[in-house]
Design a protein around this ligand. Structure first.
Ligand code: 8OZ
Length: 359
């Protein structure tokens, strides 16, 4: 079982190569969007993961796209997350926070003063988000002014400092699934004619500026980024993603990042190697490669054994199996995940999945 062998992520010792993927669960305290005791319990239960990556956490109110997701920009939110990191550390685990700006995948009702969401270009996202009253199409966004982009980058830097104050072991930038960073990267959502749009280099500029800003706060090895080169999640697309991601990853390598976390195929639906050369990214990058997307134990084992991936991130299996690592160790059967309780609600379908010991 190579998955169960240790891995060194920079100076951080991971006891195994099984990563808990970032998972939006919409159970932060309403009104303040801060992590609470129920969230502490949920993460603590999963502390045997080699590394936990927290659910996506908005870096500003503007960065929020769904109700009841936790933030990383107020004192109450830092305090809430501190309880989570303490709980995970006390249980012997390690946790990075996933830093999130949704860009156009938001609704005016979630934005400061009911304003339109911001995006690289004023192109409405296909797809849906959810607000208190249910599912809605994201609102038409407005394009960020060129001289406003530095303020958004500064919001990332502030959140990175808050992540330190909250006791996280590192940070992951959410560069995947059609949110703000991905919106800049992909041609169909970025029609800008300034230095942030057009050529591959210009479309990568925003991501690399964010990396540069957070690398002033964290050692590069404690920074990762999640990417989804071909996923259509949240209505994103690009006719030719390979050169974009090849260029981006060279920049990430130069910045000395700890890992790239790659969603291979369509997020949450289908693992697929066909349409993209993921190994070109792996080869261009000296940090670790975390593979993700619908992996099962045997597939993950094969990916690590062949050297294709250093680590593998599991989402659904970690929702339903707090002791996923132990189940893999024993090759024990897994609990099924209950889709109805994924987003929002209480302890049901969140902290009440049985462990082997309890069963
Ligand atoms: C599911 C529901 C809401 C958000 C992502 C952060 O796709 C998400 C997300 C997933 O990366």
């Amino acid at each position: 079982m190579k998955l169960l062998t240790p891995f060194k992520l920079g100076d951080l010792e991971l006891p195994n190569r099984i990563v808990m993927a970032p998972l939006t669960r919409n159970r932060a305290t309403r009104g303040v969007d801060a992590a609470n005791d129920l969230n502490v319990e949920y993460y603590r239960q999963r502390a045997s993961a080699g590394l936990i990556i927290s659910e996506a956490s908005q870096i500003s109110q503007e960065g929020q796209g769904y109700v009841w997701t936790p933030g990383l920009y107020t004192d109450a939110q830092v305090e809430g997350w501190s309880k989570v990191t303490k709980g995970v550390h006390a249980a012997g685990g390690r946790i990075f926070v996933q830093m999130w700006h949704v860009g156009r995948v938001s609704h005016s009702s979630l934005q400061p003063n009911g304003a339109p969401p911001v995006a690289p270009s004023a192109i409405q996202a296909e797809g849906r988000t959810f607000i208190e009253t249910g599912f809605v199409q994201p609102s038409p966004p407005r394009a960020l002014e060129t001289d406003e982009i530095a303020r958004v980058v500064a919001d990332y830097a502030r959140a990175a400092r808050n992540a330190k104050d909250a006791g996280f072991d590192g940070i992951e930038l959410h560069g995947a699934n059609g949110y703000l960073i991905d919106q800049f990267l992909k041609a169909d959502s970025n029609k800008r004619t300034d230095k942030y749009g057009g050529s591959v280099e210009k479309r990568c500029r925003f991501a690399l500026e964010v990396v540069e800003a957070v690398a002033k706060v964290w050692d590069g090895k404690r920074i990762g980024i999640r990417l989804s080169p071909v996923s259509p999640a949240n209505g994103i697309s690009d006719p030719d993603p390979q050169p974009v991601f090849d260029h981006l990853v060279r920049g990430l390598d130069a910045a000395g990042l700890g890992y790239i976390h790659v969603v291979e195929g369509s997020t949450g639906f289908k693992h697929d190697f066909g349409a993209f050369d993921y190994m070109a990214l792996r080869q261009a990058f000296r940090g670790a490669y975390i593979a993700n997307n619908c992996y099962k134990r045997d597939m993950a084992e094969e990916a690590v054994a062949s050297g294709r991936a250093d680590l593998v991130a599991f989402g659904r299996s970690f929702i339903a199996n707090p002791d996923l690592v132990e189940r893999f160790r024993r090759n024990a059967p897994l609990n099924d995940a209950d889709v109805k309780t994924f987003y929002g609600g209480d302890a049901k379908g969140y902290t009440d999945y049985p462990t082997l010991a309890a069963g």
